[in-house]
Ligand binder design. Structure first.
Ligand code: SAH
Ligand code: SF4
Ligand code: F3S
Length: 474
């Protein structure tokens, strides 16, 4: 895959989960494949945990599986297409083993509900993001020859008490879900329909999960939510205290609690929302060295009229003011973004505003997408998807080209510096090299020497590409 496609497609890669438990030939085998955002990968670990309590063992070998579950994404049409193509590959497996259970989890399950069973004859089971506790029952139901569906969304499910089975044995970096759902209703976005209402998870369970991860050798946690800045515990949507006898927690306070687990535990988070990101969050980031100076702040468009049609809740000026606040409070902070090209009614001038905003901000990294109309969203009902496919493509290429230049310049600025790197493991390039990230989230490759996974090392950067830094331990 070339680097341009990688930028576009990274968020919809299917990834098979690794074997984590001691091999037991008697155990029923579960094969889980995850698509979409980090939240889905995190949910798959909850699913593995729920099913391991029922005696299932995860396998990397699909041919061993008794149950195949695909945790799916609906964010763009091509994300769904990829899953449909994958399903056709299971046809022969199903003919060979009629007892094989094939299930669809996640956002496609929630969006298409029982229609999935009619559209995709191979599918036996459909479970939405809030229905995973019911999976053992659903699998039993399929065993009796029926099709099984649970797509109920919940107002309070956070799987807070479930300790996720980490699917990368000996891992260094883990996702920790702090909230679920989204109440924002950006007009292009399917997530509020597939994930339901926003709800936050009990901070004590988050902190104890992070502490437990640290004790098991993890050195980095990424706190996940669709809009982490609106995390709130014991605070109502209107900002009132719900229970006066209990403490309240906002996102800045939660991040501080996690940072205090250990100075050796790196803390990251995703995703911030420009309309909700507060200076209080930035000040906490500046205060703790182990909270990584890196913010993913999706802009979507650089034009205020487009942002209004997108229902994002901020203007170009507001966004740029937030960027200034970041640069003022955390001067060395890396910033990345998401951009959509060719949204309904986007004119050439509006597109130019996105390009000029990119020049102003100088993002270190970006995910860039062509607008894909999603059923039932506000944009589908209100606006016409009227930018021609070739125009979307041309605009996308223009922003990708600009971003590659900015990413390269950003990495070149680091050449000659010494960076503190958390070692993640061997590099893809060779066994003699290790790789890990800088605090600002750039991948670094360096000769291994006697260093090991999970250690922090200082690396002198000598060279770079637009995606990677190359250096030497000092
Ligand atoms: N909660 C996050 C984003 C989640 S979806 C946020 O608010 O920033 C990840 C990214 O997918 C979005 O930021 C957006 O850039 C892109 N995206 C969402 N819906 C899309 C659509 N219909 N077409 C193209 N890209 C889309
Ligand atoms: Fe979608 Fe907007 Fe919610 Fe992000 S904040 S998940 S883009 S509705
Ligand atoms: Fe996709 Fe659902 Fe995540 S639509 S991006 S898997 S929340």
């Amino acid at each position: 895959m070339d680097s341009q496609n990688k930028i576009i497609d990274e968020s919809i890669q299917g990834t098979a989960l690794e074997m984590t438990q001691i091999n037991n030939p008697e155990a029923k085998k579960l094969y889980l494949e995850s698509y979409g955002c980090q939240m889905n990968f995190s949910d798959s670990e909850v699913v593995a945990s729920i099913l391991s309590d029922e005696g299932y063992q995860t396998t990397r070998n699909i041919d061993d599986a008794d149950v195949i579950l695909l945790n799916t994404c609906s964010i763009r049409d091509n994300a769904e297409q990829r899953v449909r193509n994958r399903l056709t590959e299971f046809k022969i497996k199903k003919e060979r083993n009629p007892d094989l259970v094939v299930g669809i989890l996640g956002c496609m399950a929630e969006r298409l509900k029982k229609n999935l069973l009619e559209e995709e004859k191979l599918v036996d089971l459909v479970a939405g993001p809030d229905a995973y506790r019911d999976l053992p029952n659903l699998i039993v139901e399929v065993g009796t020859g029926q099709k099984a569906v649970n797509v109920l969304l919940s107002r309070d499910e956070t799987y807070a008490d479930i300790s996720p089975v980490r699917l990368d044995q000996g891992g260094i970096s883990a996702f920790v879900t702090i909230m679920r759902g989204c109440d924002n209703m950006c007009s292009f976005c399917v997530v509020p329909f597939t994930r339901g209402r926003e709800r936050s998870r009990d901070p004590q369970t988050i902190v104890s999960e992070c502490r437990d991860l640290f004790e098991r050798g993890y050195r980095e946690v990424t706190l996940l939510g669709q809009n982490v800045d609106s995390y709130r515990w014991n605070i109502s949507a209107k900002g009132e205290i719900k229970n006066p006898d209990q403490p309240t927690t906002n996102f800045a306070q939660l991040m501080e609690m996690v940072a205090l687990v250990s100075p050796l535990l790196r803390v990251r988070f995703s995703t911030s929302h420009p309309k909700d990101m507060t200076d209080e969050v930035l000040e906490i980031m500046a205060k703790y060295e182990n909270i990584c100076p890196y913010i993913h702040l999706p802009v979507q468009s650089g034009n205020t009229d487009v942002l209004y049609r997108m229902n994002r809740g901020y203007s170009r000026e507001w966004y740029l003011e937030r960027i200034e606040a970041i640069k003022r409070i955390i001067p060395d902070c890396a910033i990345s973004t998401d951009i959509i090209t060719g949204f309904c009614g986007e004119t050439e001038e509006e597109h130019q505003d996105t390009l000029s905003l990119m020049d102003l901000v100088q993002y270190d990294f970006a995910y860039m997408f062509k607008y894909s109309e999603r059923p039932k969203t506000l944009a589908e009902r209100r606006y016409e998807d009227d930018v021609l496919e070739e125009v979307k493509g041309r605009r996308l290429n223009e922003i990708i080209e600009k971003q590659l230049a900015h990413s390269l310049a950003s990495n070149q600025r680091l050449v000659g510096s010494v960076q503190k790197v958390l070692i993640e493991g061997p590099s893809k390039r060779s066994d003699e090299h290790l790789c890990g990230r800088t605090a600002s989230n750039v991948m670094v490759v360096f000769a291994k020497g006697s260093a090991q996974k999970g250690q922090y090392v200082n690396v002198q950067i000598s060279d770079c590409t637009s995606a990677t830094l190359i250096g030497e331990i000092v």
